[in-house]
Design a protein around this ligand. Structure first.
Ligand code: ATP
Ligand code: MG
Length: 230
């Protein structure tokens, strides 16, 4: 099993505590394309952030290839590289002055093997369909929403993850932009063998791409089945 969550419970400790995850058990195999759906506030983004170690759950844990990601066996640094997360709001992920600096931030900080930073940035931009020479010196803040999303995805791909989690990536994209994004995801899954977890409100995306759909409700997992079943 590539990723496994066991009795996951997360409570945001506010004045009135919020139970965001309430006893989730699930397993994800290498090479799967998972659709993660559910109403607003059901816990999808919280689950996504626990899967790559950004949020340590209140109870339960996440296993990556059998290793407890919050334990001693594997570092969170390693998990951030293996389990790439594209945030729901790309502006939370883009903070450097140029596109190239933003994409190289992860590999520089989490460690890079093999290529030079420039090669890695070039390839990552190429994967998301943005021209390196045209975009490397642009400010991420002056890009269109769709371009920003692509740069955020490129930044995660630059880490060469095994799993790519995308949190509502088609928000604010027009039909053309959505189509391009779905084609990109199909390609990353089909040709590059990435395991993908796509969080979305759009069932038609899940129907087209996912092998399996997980449905969340009030912090729990209420359905786990094929797109036809949900
Ligand atoms: P959406 O579809 O709107 O993105 P979601 O399924 O991603 O929703 P989460 O963002 O995981 O839902 O939120 C789950 C619950 O946790 C909600 O009740 C939300 O208000 C609460 N929550 C989320 N983030 C925080 C936070 N940083 N601090 C406190 N409560 C939070
Ligand atoms: Mg969310």
């Amino acid at each position: 099993m590539l990723l496994e969550v066991s009795d996951l419970r997360h409570v945001y400790q506010l004045e009135d505590p919020v139970v965001a995850l309430d006893g989730i058990n699930a397993g994800i195999e290498s090479g799967e394309f998972i659709g993660l759906v559910g109403h607003t506030g059901s816990g999808k983004s919280t689950l996504a952030q626990t899967l790559n170690g950004l949020i340590e759950p209140t109870e339960g844990t996440v296993y990556y290839r059998g290793q407890d990601i919050f334990g001693e066996e594997i570092s969170l640094r390693e998990i951030r590289k293996k389990v790439g997360l594209v945030f729901q709001y790309p502006e939370h992920q883009l903070f450097e002055e140029t596109v190239a600096e933003d994409i190289s931030f992860g590999p520089k900080n989490l460690g890079l093997e093999g290529e030079t930073i420039e090669e890695r940035v070039r390839k990552s931009l190429d994967l998301v369909g943005l021209d390196y020479d045209e975009f490397r010196d642009r400010s991420p803040f002056n890009l269109s929403g769709g371009q920003q999303r692509r740069v955020a995805i490129a930044g995660v791909l630059a880490l060469k993850p095994e799993v790519l989690i995308l949190d509502e990536p088609s928000a604010a994209l027009d039909p053309e932009g959505r189509k391009k994004l779905l084609d990109l995801l199909a390609d990353l899954h089909g040709n590059m063998g990435l395991t993908i977890i796509l969080i979305t409100h759009r069932m038609e995306q899940v129907a087209r791409l996912a092998d399996r759909v997980l449905v969340m409700k009030n912090g729990g997992l209420v359905l786990d089945g094929t797109p036809e079943e949900v």
